[in-house]
Write a protein that binds this ligand. Sequence first.
Ligand SMILES: Nc1ncnc2c1ncn2[C@@H]1O[C@H](COP(=O)(O)OP(=O)(O)OP(=O)(O)O)[C@@H](O)[C@H]1O
Length: 369
Amino acid sequence: MPQPIIELRHVIKRYDDHTILKNINLTLEPGKFYTLLGPSGCGKTTILRTIAGFTDVTEGDVLFAGKRINAVPANKRNVNTVFQDYALFPHMTVAENVAFGLTLKKTPKSEIKKRVAQALNLVQLADYGDREISALSGGQQQRIAIARAIVMEPQVLLLDEPLSALDAKLRRQMQYELRDLQQRLGITFLFVTHDQEEALAMSDEIFVMNQGEVLQSGSPVDIYDEPINHFVADFIGESNILPGKMIADFQVAFGGHQFECADAGIPVNEPVEIVIRPEDLTLTDPAHAKLTVTIDTQLFRGDYYEIAATDSLGNDWLIHSVNPAEDGTAVGLTFRPQDLHVMRFGEKEAEFDARLETYETEDETRDET
Ligand SMILES: Nc1ncnc2c1ncn2[C@@H]1O[C@H](COP(=O)(O)OP(=O)(O)OP(=O)(O)O)[C@@H](O)[C@H]1O
């Protein structure tokens, strides 16, 4: 692993009696796109502020390229922030806004001019230097805020919900642009959002947070496919989450039946929760499936039907299907063993990772035999 550019080690932040960050450990490598994802108030902005140097930590260490920077003031850190409300200066032109930090640093005028032009070019607003900020659209203001940050050539760019003020279409476009910009600049981005789709689409690695803790970290695919607990499964995409029991390695019971699964290493008879994504369920003739549900209602979502159903034990099911089903009818549900994700109650990330590794190896061994 390359030398991390940012590390938080056992970071705790308290305001009076409230612990806002509870033992945060994060490692950011150079040149990657990271996302802090979690509900409002979980501490995402506070993490950005501790890295930027706007907030002191109560306990723990903040490191930049291996050196402790707890006492280094914000303006001496090689980190820049793009804020949610952009914080542009309305009475200055675009070029003056972008030049602001360099002017403060007393950078020579000719260099300022060159770097502002480069930064505006990178955000595709090369001809906008003389415009008033108020004459720009929301998306353009967003890009200027980014240009103003990257003109300082930071090694780390912190982005606090930068797309939240934009409409859905522009937001999607900016997701592509930001991802592309991060790859072209080759610097580390730490992006904050409470939008799981945005996090999944853009990140190399996601940290899922709740109530001042990082619950799980990993690639978007890992987190989507193997959520560590109920909160993560529910927060990342839509899920069916059902109570069940481990019968043996690779055998789990739920909904009144036993099913083959891809999980092992959990003690027999241990109560577990099973996650099945709505898109992994297939509707079939009830005669050909162990599990039968009754269709309650459905919504057409453009490229699929979202179907709500109930099983004989009263569990609710959500199914995504390209074909509609008739309300009130009984249908069978099928799925593949690898589409069942078994979660233990209260499992910690390290135990979860160790278990995944074990059964992935066992899976390979099984495949070979
Ligand atoms: N200066 C402060 N004094 C006291 N409490 C604070 C202070 N700053 C933040 N908090 C509290 O810390 C918690 C975390 O806030 P933070 O802004 O980090 O959350 P967030 O995940 O970024 O939320 P959002 O998505 O709403 O911005 C909140 O409960 C907030 O009220």
